[in-house]
Write a protein that binds this ligand. Structure first.
Ligand SMILES: Cc1cc2nc3c(=O)[nH]c(=O)nc-3n(C[C@H](O)[C@H](O)[C@H](O)COP(=O)(O)OP(=O)(O)OC[C@H]3O[C@@H](n4cnc5c(N)ncnc54)[C@H](O)[C@@H]3O)c2cc1C
Length: 566
């Protein structure tokens, strides 16, 4: 070794190349995780899509997996975040325009998502596996860039609410469901493809929207489908370039739901005026505005005074998309971490071959797979709302899953970042973006406690939802003794809901774990299900990731989770 060093040194000091600037060779750095197929390289996703009813869509999903893994798409995700949206209140001649300027990559991502029906496919081709296929596509798309998915989700989720008002659905639905993207800031009457946003939250209350103070004044006749003018404000209004928004406001008969266009039918700007854009810690590519409504035209949707039940159908679907989005963030994080560990060596061995790193990575992988399994089961339930069991399961398991999956995401994102080491902290890696995006889904669309309270509300108002939930998880009874014991305790504790509000998180945590375990035990690789039961269903003494017991087949779990890109 010494000889080799001396001879290198001698060559350098005596040779003619001493002025060369070559200081070192870059070694032991992994290749960029790009130009891979997000579907083909994701065993758990392929299995779930097939199992839950979207086997027919395999080829389409495979094509989408290839597209979303291209270096070009991934680059767009970075660009859309590097150049923040910019708000312009007026044009240079002083006309009010309320326009937000996005980087072209944002528009490209939107166009790709909308042209592939991420907002429309379950409505235009409903039935067996439609929601499952869409969820699988959204899962891959969101791994590229999550923030711009906000308007895609809201446009998708608006359909059941708009259908409450046939006269409005007739005018808007075909354009909402068009697989095109038209970002122009012009009246919707000049567009054949539109996007929809949602504005409920006000300064004095987001969870408790009954506190909304925005007022709706009838222009002529009152009631469903009629025109009103809205006066007030909205404290959060994401994707403010949407063509119309579903809004809550107080009319004479109470809190009601309205559809408010960006432009009036006469071609003038509707006075929903943006004050500024929020300066957010994450979710950067998506603009979120604060708005004042100065007599903004809007039409009432659904029954007067029934605004919350009307818009809640949209909210239920946005909550479902939060599950897909958070599961996708986790998947991208473990894909990056396991890819890194497969290529990077330390202390003479690949990280992926070192027992402690295997323990951490495998633990992250089972968390990610459990989130996906839950999400895809919910997608199947959405496909079969004609069946009572699926309807009841959707009602109860949606808040459970929204709460749990979104809440598990930030810690996983951070831990995956640590697996990558210092490079994982750098802004030219996707990890900081995954981390900063990770709390958002947990907070919007009803924060954690609100989901837990909603779970209790469902169990109180419709105890049959709990029966459906328990019968669903009981399908895995007998597969694992730890699971059976866990379920016995849960069943007992849900039997008496008298002081449930204080312990709601504990109940909902365990409901989520029970459903995840049941799905993994029935459908996943035995190593995954076994490790999940060992660490999530029994007190095992460790709180951080990397606490899998010694008899876990971590290699098998990692093989399943690691994308192979050389
Ligand atoms: C990036 C971003 C974009 C957003 N975009 C939109 C949008 O487009 N449209 C829109 O309408 N809103 C939007 N929101 C707002 C979001 O939906 C609200 O922030 C959220 O619903 C919480 O409301 P809040 O901020 O008023 O908090 P609060 O309602 O004050 O809640 C604060 C905390 O108290 C908890 N809490 C509330 N009530 C109870 C209770 N009874 N028991 C126990 N705990 C309770 C909540 O869970 C929460 O953790 C957005 C938010 C973010 C972060």
């Amino acid at each position: 070794m010494m000889d080799a060093q001396r001879s290198d040194y001698d060559t350098f000091t005596t040779g003619t190349d001493r002025c060369l600037a070559t200081t070192h060779e870059v070694i032991n750095q992994p290749p960029v995780l790009q130009d891979y197929n997000l579907f083909e390289q994701d065993t758990a996703l392929r299995e779930a899509a097939s199992r839950e009813g979207a086997n027919w869509a395999r080829e389409e999903l495979n094509r989408y997996g290839a597209l979303t893994g291209t270096a070009e798409m991934i680059h767009r995700g970075f660009e859309a975040n590097r150049f923040k949206p910019v708000f312009h209140s007026h044009d240079r001649f002083g006309h009010r325009i309320d326009a937000v300027e996005f980087h072209p990559s944002y528009h490209d991502l939107m166009r790709t998502g909308l042209e592939h029906g991420l907002h429309s496919s379950p409505w235009t081709r409903s039935g067996n596996g439609a929601h499952v296929a869409r969820a699988a596509k959204y899962y891959m798309h969101s791994q590229v860039e999550a923030a711009h998915c906000c308007p895609i989700t809201m446009t998708f989720a608006a359909i059941p609410t708009i259908r409450h008002q046939a006269s409005l659905a007739q005018v808007w639905e075909t354009r909402i469901l068009a697989n095109r993207y038209d970002p122009a800031n012009k009246p919707d009457s000049q567009k054949d493809a539109v996007t929809i946003g949602m504005a409920m939250t006000e300064k004095q209350g987001g969870s408790d929207v009954r506190a909304n103070t925005t007022k709706a004044f009838a222009i002529g006749k009152e009631g469903p489908g009629e025109a009103y003018e809205l006066v007030g404000h909205k404290w959060f209004m994401s994707a403010p370039m949407c063509d119309a928004f579903l809004v809550l406001a107080q009319s004479r008969g109470g809190l009601s739901c309205f559809l408010m266009p960006r432009w009036r039918p006469d071609g003038s700007k509707n006075p929903c005026q943006l004050q500024r854009l929020k300066d957010k810690m994450g979710n950067v590519a998506n603009a979120s505005g604060e708005a004042e409504l100065r007599g903004a035209l809007a039409w009432m949707v659904g029954e007067e005074g029934r605004g919350v039940p009307t818009i809640i159908e949209m909210v239920a679907l946005t909550r479902f998309d939060c599950m897909i989005g958070s599961a996708a963030g986790m998947r991208q994080a473990i894909a990056q971490a396991s890819h890194h560990a497969r290529h990077r060596s330390a202390f003479g061995h690949k990280l992926a071959d070192q027992p402690l790193m295997q323990n951490v990575l495998a633990d992250l992988a089972i968390e990610s797979e459990a989130a996906l399994a839950f999400t895809m089961r919910m997608a199947r339930a959405l496909d079969h709302q004609d069946q009572e069991h699926e309807r009841l399961l959707t009602r109860l398991a949606t808040p459970v899953g929204k709460y749990w999956i979104c809440k598990r995401s930030p810690n996983l994102a951070y831990e995956a970042m640590e697996c990558i080491g210092g490079n994982g902290v750098m802004e030219d890696s996707i990890m900081p973006r995954l981390f900063r995006e990770s709390p958002v889904n947990a907070i919007w669309e009803g924060s954690g406690n609100i989901q837990c309270l909603d779970t209790l509300r469902a169990m109180h108002k419709a105890p049959e939802t709990l029966d459906a939930f328990l019968s669903e998880v009981s399908l895995a009874r007998g597969a694992d003794a730890r699971f059976d014991r866990f379920l016995d305790h849960l069943q007992k504790d849900t039997g008496d809901l008298s002081d449930a509000e204080y312990r709601a998180r504990n109940l909902v945590d365990r409901m989520a774990l029970a459903l995840q375990a049941a799905l993994l035990l029935q459908h996943s690789d035995q190593a995954v299900a076994d490790a999940f039961c060992a660490t999530r269903l029994t007190p095992h003494g460790g709180l951080n990731f990397g606490n899998l017991p010694a008899d876990t087949d971590a290699k098998a779990i990692l093989k399943r989770a690691t994308p192979v890109v050389d």
